[in-house]
Design a protein around this ligand. Sequence first.
Ligand code: SF4
Ligand code: SF4
Length: 206
Amino acid sequence: MNKEIKLKFHNRGLRSYIEVDLCAECPRQDAKGCCGYYSPVFYASDFAYLLEKKPELIEHILQADRITVLDTSVTLNKSIDGDSYRCHFHSQEGGCSLAQEERESICRHFVCPGIDWEREPGLFHWKRFFTMLFDYEIELNNEIARVLSEEGLSLRNENDRAAFFSRLQDIFRDKTSKLPDFFKECPEKEEATLLREISFGQDWKL
Ligand code: SF4
Ligand code: SF4
């Protein structure tokens, strides 16, 4: 069965994301789709955004069950749910409870291989954009982690978290005062419609 799939690409700098209308009726038909297999990991650039826009979400993340706290990242580990898993932020009724810009980078960029939008020549500029954004985020997060480590600050030390986040925000502002040019290479928003053969259940690859 062929189906039209609508994608919306949003250039929001470090909070850029891709929306896919098919997710609302995911061919996996398990009301979880790819979110049933993923454990989101929040890094320094995510915390910098949340400190500015939704600090209470950082508190929520740090108080959640099944977290793995490293020096500058927190993973919310998925829980077993039936024959697969469930992400901490996912509910059967409402899907992901986070707004797109609050999500970490995989959750903002991932589109399943059945859709494979990257093979569309008309979308190569977005492929380049998200590839460069992914690399830039890694480099930025590593650089912030390096400075925090030199200053002896770590998320693992619960007593130091206020100082950790305060310095993280300063370092983030300093490192992102001039953003790379590729951010200007894509429009703020673009929509695309693709035609794809749909398979269902576990035949729809993640
Ligand atoms: S598997 Fe594909 S269609 Fe389903 S929720 Fe994930 S990205 Fe959306
Ligand atoms: S945070 Fe949201 S988008 Fe990411 S895996 Fe969990 S439910 Fe899915």
